[in-house]
Design a protein around this ligand. Structure first.
Ligand code: CUA
Length: 175
C-alpha cells in the first residue's frame, strides 16, 4: 500500500514536471489571443456563476442539519429530559445519570473552573454527542438516544494533569 502510494506520487510529480517544462518551453511562442480569449472569457463568466450557485447550494444543504440546537429556547416547558452538567478539575457533576431512549435529552453544560469538553460516548467508545463546557456560559446540547446502555462522559479538552480522569457515566434505559 505504502509503495503504491510512493509510485503514484513519483509518477504524478514527474508528469507535473513534464507539464511545467512544456509550458515554459512554449511560453516564448507568440499566438493570436483575441479570438481565443473572447470565447474563454464567456466560459469563465459562466463558470463563475456556476461556482457561486454550487457554493450557495452546498452551504444550504450542509448547514440545514446544523447540530447545535437553539440556545435561547426554554426546554423545561417541553417535557424533555433535562440534565444540568458542570465540569470541574477533574470530575463531572450531573443532576441526573439516568435517561430513557427515544425522548430528547437536554444537557445544560457549564463548568466551575476552566474550559472542559463534554463528550458522550456509547459502549463501543464512539462519540455520539459533544459540546464545549465554558465558565460563565451554559451551552445546551440536545440528543435523543436510540440505543440503551452504559454511556461514558469523557472530557474533550485538555484541562490539566488529570484531564484523562474526568470520566462520568450515563445510564440510558428502554423507555
Ligand atoms: Cu476536563 Cu479535560
Amino acid at each position: 500500500m505504502q509503495s503504491a502510494a510512493w509510485y503514484i506520487t513519483l509518477i504524478s510529480v514527474i508528469s507535473l514536471i513534464g507539464v511545467f517544462y512544456f509550458v515554459i518551453s512554449n511560453s516564448k511562442v507568440k499566438e493570436e489571443y483575441s479570438s481565443f480569449s473572447k470565447a474563454w472569457y464567456g466560459v469563465r463568466g459562466k463558470w463563475f456563476i456556476f461556482l457561486i450557485i454550487l457554493w450557495v447550494t452546498l452551504l444550504i444543504i450542509t448547514l440545514k442539519p446544523f447540530p447545535l440546537p437553539s440556545q435561547t429556547e426554554n426546554y423545561s416547558d417541553k417535557g424533555d429530559q433535562i440534565i444540568d452538567v458542570s465540569g470541574h478539575q477533574w470530575y463531572w457533576v450531573m443532576s441526573s445519570d439516568t435517561v430513557v431512549i427515544d425522548k430528547p435529552v437536554v444537557f445544560q453544560v457549564t463548568t466551575g473552573d476552566v474550559n472542559h469538553g463534554f463528550g458522550v460516548y456509547n459502549e463501543k467508545l464512539e462519540l455520539v454527542a459533544q459540546v464545549q463546557a465554558m465558565p460563565g456560559y451554559t451551552n445546551k446540547l440536545v440528543y435523543t438516544f436510540t440505543q440503551p446502555g452504559k454511556y461514558r462522559i469523557l472530557c474533550l479538552e485538555y484541562c490539566g494533569v488529570a484531564h484523562h480522569g474526568m470520566i462520568g457515566e450515563l445510564n440510558v434505559k428502554e423507555s
